[in-house]
Design a protein around this ligand. Structure first.
Ligand SMILES: O=P(O)(O)O[C@H]1O[C@H](CO)[C@@H](O)[C@H]1O
Ligand SMILES: O=c1cc[nH]c(=O)[nH]1
Length: 241
């Protein structure tokens, strides 16, 4: 089957995919694979396939924001991918886990618009427990600060004049904010796939991002490297379960 938006043949896809927002991060991950092949680069969706420690996997970029990312997740699952691991970045809610820390998202607060057009209010955006545990174990092996828990998925990145209730989300236990996990978990639930996510923190979510956001520091680059390695180790473990 030809997947028209990713522009990939489903016959070329393995059962597991690592997904990330940035096409350049997809290339960085792909460089760690053996027998790697780029299948396509259509819009923001860049697709590679290869092997890590003998496990076949795809690496696919999904761009920024839930609607575009959901298109990617839907086509991957339609193409036979049964396990999806998001490797992303996020803003932190606590000085206990500053920039450079890793978060494993167990579930996402659906503070975005896309999933409201897929499922009713109250439907949970929840990770698969096996994927979550594999990511958590693999991340702990890599060292540094690693936490697992609730994350928030927003549509907005640079704030406007509407207050985003960061204090409420934080008081409710959320650890970090990003822009695609709710879509990933809801689409995976609806379509019978399993999904999880690991995030490298790149600053504080309730800071003035326009002035302070720096996703290119050494500590963030180091955390992204650790999360990629953790995701690859988790993928190997999940491929046999
Ligand atoms: O690092 P990625 O995977 O792109 O994730 C985060 O970074 C982007 C914002 O800069 C959003 O896509 C957000 O979810
Ligand atoms: O959505 C995002 C991604 C990274 N950092 C943030 O603060 N927000």
């Amino acid at each position: 089957m030809f997947l028209p938006i990713l522009q990939v043949n489903s016959e070329d896809l393995p059962g597991l995919a690592i997904v990330c927002g940035d096409p350049r991060r997809a290339e960085v991950i792909a460089r760690k694979l053996d027998n790697v092949r780029e299948l396509s680069f259509a819009r923001e969706y860049r697709t590679f396939v290869g092997e890590f420690s003998g496990t076949r996997l795809a690496v696919v970029s999904h761009g920024v924001g839930s609607p575009g990312a959901a298109v990617c997740f839907e086509e991957l699952i339609r193409g036979g991918v049964g396990t999806l691991i998001r490797v992303g970045t996020a803003g932190s809610y606590s000085a206990e886990h500053p920039a450079g820390s890793l978060i494993i998202s167990t579930a996402a607060i659906r503070a975005e618009g896309l999933t409201r057009q897929l499922v009713p209010e109250g439907f949970p955006a929840v990770a698969d427990s096996a994927v979550t545990e594999a990511l958590y174990e693999a991340a702990l092996q890599g060292g540094g600060i690693v936490k697992k828990g609730l994350t928030v998925t927003l549509d907005v990145f640079f704030s406007g004049v509407v207050d985003i209730p960061h204090k409420t989300y934080k008081a409710a236990g959320a650890l970090a904010v990003e822009m695609e996990i709710a879509a990933l978990y809801v689409v995976a639930s609806l379509r019978g796939a399993r999904a999880g996510a690991i995030l490298a923190l790149d600053g504080y979510a309730d800071a003035d991002l326009a002035a302070e956001y720096d996703p290119h520091s050494d500590e963030v680059a180091n955390a992204v490297e650790r999360e990629i390695d953790a995701a690859l180790r988790a993928a190997v473990k999940l491929a046999s379960h």
